[in-house]
Ligand binder design. Structure first.
Ligand code: HEC
Length: 103
């Protein structure tokens, strides 16, 4: 049994990467995301804001990085850019992972 849990721990370290160390669900609440995108990314503040639950992690991560850097400045992204200084690239990865796993 001991051996099994050790290899499971190793496996999760190998596959989950940096996202594992950070709690995406907690970040989502702490970094104000919930205010605009709603509980679990399902109830955006206005119909012009996107739902995030179940979005591909890679895509969501890229969009967040682009909004943060200013590479994406279309639509209402300016609203979100204002809070992106609150999150590091590692936190963005954890948030993307969390959002992709929401049903
Ligand atoms: C002040 C409101 C606001 C806050 C706070 C906010 N966002 Fe956004 N977010 C938006 C808006 C508006 C868009 C869509 C921009 C557009 O119209 O192109 C967006 C877009 C996104 C997208 C891309 C969606 C897509 O389908 O392309 C992701 C992912 C995202 N937000 C995640 C987050 C996360 C995670 C946080 C917390 C760190 C956050 N947002 C905080 C308003 C906000």
């Amino acid at each position: 049994m001991k051996k099994l849990s050790f290899s499971l721990a190793l496996a999760s370290l190998a596959f989950a990467g940096p996202a594992l160390a950070l709690d995406g669900a907690k970040l989502y609440l702490e970094k104000t995301c919930v205010a605009c995108h709603g509980k679990e990314g399902k109830k955006p503040l206005t119909p012009e804001y996107p739902k995030l639950a179940g979005q591909n992690a890679k895509y969501a991560q890229k969009q967040m990085l682009d909004i943060k850097s200013g590479a994406r400045a279309n639509g209402n992204s300016a609203a979100m850019k204002g809070v992106m200084h609150l999150v590091s690239d590692e936190e963005i990865a954890a948030l993307a992972d969390y959002l992709s796993k929401l049903k």
